[in-house]
Ligand binder design. Structure first.
Ligand SMILES: [Zn+2]
Length: 407
């Protein structure tokens, strides 16, 4: 049975005769990501917030809790073959070097088998490099595992860590730069909806597709999981024996290139998942700038100005409406200091909504004052640039003072 935050193992969203029941092992599972309905388990046995809150139903295994869980609970997919964490690729590029950079590119996996490369580990365990031949380099041990892809590369690193006790390799595993668990985003931020036009088809956020591909790979390779672990143990023992007895023998096994190809596919989909997460977070249309930061640019305006080319640059003007936006801080300063308008009124009447038309007259008055020569010195005094934030602060202070008097 699945637990909250558990393993997603099915490629189906829905199951059942009519395809309307959520697959509890799938990407929309209620037992993994939390209930769809507030404080109601899937079967309905637990449905009272007051007495069942926090309990897990023994029939459907869904927790009785707020449906908010579905926006913050991550699931996971455990990979049969480990991959390189896409955000740490730079580190691995250093080990691989320029000549072998294709090694880290899963799309070029097929071209790799032709040439030979090996991992060289310095005797102090601090340095790792990929080299062309098995020919000995002073103060380095060359691991006799032919690297033909991501799997064999990670295998060589594993050997450096487990058998040679290389601290550089240990770091890669300890800090989880090589990963075998991928987190699955909460379902409410990667929506799946039924296609209104086609029956039994769904439209969904792109990332769901990549998760499905990954689960597919897992189901295909599941039988290799234990075989690979057992083989690795065998190989390492053999290599260790060779190492202790000074036997030069390269590890050859026809299964390795096969695992390499499987690993490349894993790497490919994991890369896509990371890419699509970053695409959704960063940039102008990303989640942070569109939903979290909100309006970060105060006092700006945008407009297309088409000018008569015969005009001199200083003759180009902007409309008062735009100027109202651009000079809003100075306008507020003027109102506060020269018109004696208190901050409460300023905040309520001027900053809460933009309305040039109702302040037209007082704004022209401000412009005249601002542009008149006798006021130039006063304008220069205006060093503290007022902003909406400062205004809110001052308003709070004023309000507190008022409250104090009132009490
Ligand atoms: Zn239940």
């Amino acid at each position: 049975m699945n637990k909250l935050g558990g393993e997603v193992s099915s490629i189906k969203f829905f199951t059942g005769k009519f395809g309307n029941k959520i697959d509890e092992d799938g990407l929309l599972s209620e037992s993994i990501f939390g209930p769809i309905h507030d404080f109601r388990c899937k079967c309905g046995k637990l449905s009272l917030e007051s007495c069942d809150s926090g309990k897990v139903c023994d029939r459907c295994n869904v927790i009785c809790a707020s449906s908010d869980l579905r926006i913050k609970t991550f699931g996971k997919i455990t990979l049969v073959f480990p991959v390189i964490k896409p955000t740490k690729r730079k580190l691995f590029k250093k080990i691989v070097g320029k000549d072998h950079k294709h090694l880290l590119d899963p799309r070029k996996a097929d071209a790799l088998a032709v040439t030979s490369r090996y991992l060289s580990c310095s005797l102090d365990g601090l340095e790792l490099n990929v080299v062309d031949t098995l020919a000995q380099v002073p103060f380095n041990y060359i691991i006799p595992i032919r690297i033909t892809g991501i799997y064999s590369f990670i295998l060589a690193l594993k050997f450096a860590n487990e058998v040679l006790n290389s601290s550089a390799a240990k770091e890669l595993f300890d800090k989880k730069y090589i990963i075998d668990i991928i987190k699955v985003l909460p379902p409410d931020i990667r929506p799946v909806i039924k296609d209104p036009k086609k029956k039994n088809e769904y439209r969904y956020a792109e990332i769901n597709k990549h998760y499905i591909s990954l689960i597919n790979q897992n189901n295909l390779n599941l039988s290799s999981r234990d075989v690979a672990r057992a083989k690795e143990k065998d190989w390492f023992e053999r290599l260790k024996y060779n190492l202790d007895n000074n036997i030069d023998d390269e590890l050859v096994d026809p299964i390795i290139p096969e695992y390499d190809r499987a690993s490349a596919r894993y790497q490919y989909y994991v890369d896509l998942i990371y890419e699509s997460v970053f695409k959704n977070i960063s940039g102008k249309t990303g989640f942070i700038r569109s939903s979290i930061l909100g309006k970060t640019i105060e006092f700006s305006a945008r407009s297309v100005v088409i000018i008569d080319p015969s005009l001199e640059p200083y003759k180009i003007k902007v409309s008062r409406k735009i100027l109202y936006k651009l000079w809003f801080p100075y306008f507020l300063y003027y109102l506060a200091n020269y018109k004696d308008i208190d901050y409460n009124t300023l905040f309520d009447n001027y900053t809460q909504f933009e309305n040039y038309d109702s302040h037209k007259e007082i704004f022209s008055e401000f412009l005249n004052w601002f542009c008149s020569e006798q006021n130039q010195n006063m304008v220069n005094e205006c060093k503290e640039t007022p902003s909406v934030k400062i205004l809110i602060k001052k308003r709070q202070q004023e309000q507190e003072q008022k409250d104090d008097i009132f009490e």
